[in-house]
Design a binder for this molecule. Structure first.
Ligand SMILES: [Fe+2]
Length: 243
């Protein structure tokens, strides 16, 4: 299978709709960084329901379409943008998904989701199961941030067995001496994780460091495995197949 580059499935690249990019200029600067980092496809996943978003739907769609066009001119090959949301789970999330109020990942069955970081494991499991039962496949964003999952390999395996996607942020694997980074690298090496993504917000705040994440993992992780995180699994998502 041939791939054009990395796929970044988590970004706050649309300007002025959440706590991510604040202008078209900043979005273009971020896209240029992403391009240099090897990204050729990026999912724009503005926050939904976390209280940080200020946009209305029309404004969001309008800015997305404009940026999507500009992204094609970035670098020699351009970056393809695909729309999604990062949904902060609430009891009405499934209803909003069914009404298509929330954008799934490129219109697929996949939904990028986040929760309160202090959530209990049981509540997290039950909420994800509810979304699965409704016919969607949640991708749990930055799983390294949840206290109930920190160093809990069997709990993480149970989530994986539910059939959902698990995502780690690229910048979380980079720091050499951090115990969080070594926990993340261990999870990846042992096959728990489906996606490495940037969760980029601003040029100066968590920029899209996909290549840097790849390099931090390269030494101890087989190439085939890294491709799975940044190319193969995103391709499965895109084709709406199961992980
Ligand atoms: Fe995010």
């Amino acid at each position: 299978m041939e791939y054009e580059g990395y796929v970044d499935i988590h970004s706050h690249i649309i300007p002025g709709v959440d706590d991510g990019s604040q202008s078209f200029e900043e979005s273009i600067d971020m896209l240029n960084i992403a391009y240099e980092q090897g990204v050729r496809t990026m999912y724009a996943t503005p926050h939904y329901g976390s209280g940080k978003e200020k946009y209305d739907r029309e404004l969001l769609l309008d800015r997305f379409e404009k940026l999507k066009e500009k992204a094609l001119d970035v670098g020699e090959e351009g970056i393809e943008l695909i729309l999604g949301n990062e949904v902060y789970y609430h009891h009405d999330t499934v209803e909003l998904l069914d009404k298509k109020e929330i954008f799934t990942m490129g219109g697929s069955r996949y939904v990028l989701m986040e929760f309160a970081y202090g959530i209990s494991y049981n509540e997290l499991y039950r909420s994800l199961q509810r979304v699965v039962n409704a016919g969607y496949v949640p991708i749990l964003a930055h799983i390294e941030r949840y206290y109930c999952l920190y160093r809990k390999f069997s709990e993480i395996a149970s989530l994986r067995d539910m059939g959902i996607g698990l995502q780690i942020n690229a910048d979380s694997v980079i720091a050499k001496l951090s115990s969080e980074a070594s926990f993340c690298r261990k999870l990846i090496r042992n096959g728990y994780i489906h996606f490495l993504a940037s969760d980029c917000h601003r040029v100066g705040w968590r920029p899209p460091v996909m290549k840097d994440g790849y390099s931090a993992l390269e030494k101890k992780t087989p190439q085939e495995y890294l491709d799975r995180l940044m190319k193969v699994n995103p391709d499965i998502l895109r084709n709406n197949r199961f992980l």
